[in-house]
Ligand binder design. Structure first.
Ligand code: SF4
Ligand code: SF4
Length: 379
């Protein structure tokens, strides 16, 4: 298997000119002009997790989305749609608020790209899927013939790293996402499902915003970290492998990367181009919830009780800071087993049914849910 090319470009700060210059170099290095033209129907899939300003480093910065649109237009592409299914309900008003807060309205206004308001869905298949072979996805994914996955480089409480593969979880419409968490509560199974989904969506290009990243308790409650890079490649697995290196995580700590290697989705070799020396370990702080996968060494018959012990004694729990809670209900809305109730205007978690997926932590707009250190774990 030949090495996968990943382009790394120093992009010290945001700004439309800087972003366009960087994306032009990425596209030239990867030969994107051979793949697109006036008949291409392109889809740009940023990470628009929630209604938050770009300065929060939670969502893909609009300057990078702008640059992706402009550089596709320079190659003759006329039809470009910006689409995502953020956390929470998938409605026109929710999308409108998120596009505005995340800076996508200006990108669309200034480039002529279209913001997606089609709430329909279609189906994409991955016959080689391990956990799932068919996925309901938002309609524009099915109409596109060139998909650009424009991810944000962040830590993630469940998957440790959010990059090219994890960003595609936003291809699943609205509240069907919590259902996937409910079906696959273990990180290992959930990560297999993400790889299946990635093989169903099949992005043509992955562009990563690693100018300002997030470390610690990502994807929404971590701390902003200045890195000053953008990355681009054709293989989401190879790009995530590079993000592992950049963040200082081993593939053992990131199930999607380890499993992609094990499944042969990626040959393991990356050929860097551009400012390749800039891809150095930046020592990201890991999320408090991330644990080493102790299950790998446990014999199969003992895994169920071992998982119970792990979950009960070792896995950090979500805790609500009632003083900070504003009673918006977004955590309850996104909780897969519906184990959060609102009482007296405050959220309360009924612990016995919690599967520790951290969706509530991810969706709380005011950071009122923290992931507790467990008494038996010290990270
Ligand atoms: S309470 Fe939070 S961590 Fe527990 S199942 Fe619900 S969303 Fe997941
Ligand atoms: S914990 Fe956060 S998401 Fe849940 S109701 Fe309170 S403020 Fe809203």
């Amino acid at each position: 298997m030949s090495a996968e090319l990943v382009s790394v470009i120093k992009t010290p700060r945001y700004g439309r000119e800087e972003a366009v210059a960087a994306v032009r170099r990425h596209f030239a290095a990867l030969g994107v002009k051979e793949q697109v033209g006036p008949a291409t129907r392109a889809l740009i899939k940023p990470n628009l997790l929630m209604k938050r300003a770009p300065e929060g480093a939670t969502t893909t910065h609009p300057d990078l989305v702008y640059a992706a649109v402009v550089c596709l237009q320079e190659l003759g592409v006329r039809e470009i749609v910006i689409a995502d299914s953020p956390g929470g309900p998938y409605t026109e008003s929710a999308l409108r608020g998120i596009y505005r807060a995340c800076g996508m309205e200006e990108v669309a206004r200034d480039t002529g790209a279209r913001l997606n308001f089609d709430l329909g869905e279609g189906e994409r298949e991955n016959p080689a899927g391990v956990k799932a072979k068919k996925f309901a996805v938002i309609a524009p994914i099915c109409r596109a013939d060139f998909i650009v996955d424009v991810a944000k480089c962040k830590t993630h409480c469940m998957t440790t790293l959010s990059g090219g593969v994890k960003n595609l979880f936003g291809s699943i419409p609205g509240l069907q996402k919590p259902r996937m968490h409910y079906r696959f509560p273990e990180t290992e199974d959930f990560s297999q499902m993400l790889l299946d989904l990635c093989g169903a969506v099949r992005p043509d290009l992955v562009l990563v915003d690693a100018v300002e990243c997030m470390e610690g308790d990502g994807p929404s409650s971590g701390v902003k970290k200045q890195v000053g890079l953008t990355l681009c490649g054709r293989s989401p697995y190879a790009v995530d492998e590079c993000l592992c290196r950049l963040m200082g995580f081993s593939p053992e700590q990131v199930a999607t990367v380890r499993l992609a290697r094990a499944r042969g989705l990626f040959g393991g070799e990356v050929a860097l181009t551009g400012d390749e020396d800039a891809l150095q370990n930046r020592h990201f702080q890991r999320p408090r919830s991330s644990t080493v996968d102790f299950m790998a060494g446990v014999p199969a018959p003992l895994r169920r009780p071992a998982r119970w012990v792990m979950r009960t004694l070792f896995t950090p729990r979500p805790l609500i800071d009632t003083a900070a809670c504003v009673g918006c209900g977004k955590c309850a809305e996104s909780c897969p087993p519906q184990t959060i109730v609102l009482e007296g205007g405050k959220a309360r978690i009924r612990r016995e049914r919690c599967i520790r997926c951290y969706c509530c932590h991810e969706m709380c707009p005011v950071g009122a849910i923290r992931v507790s250190k467990n008494i038996l774990t010290k990270h």
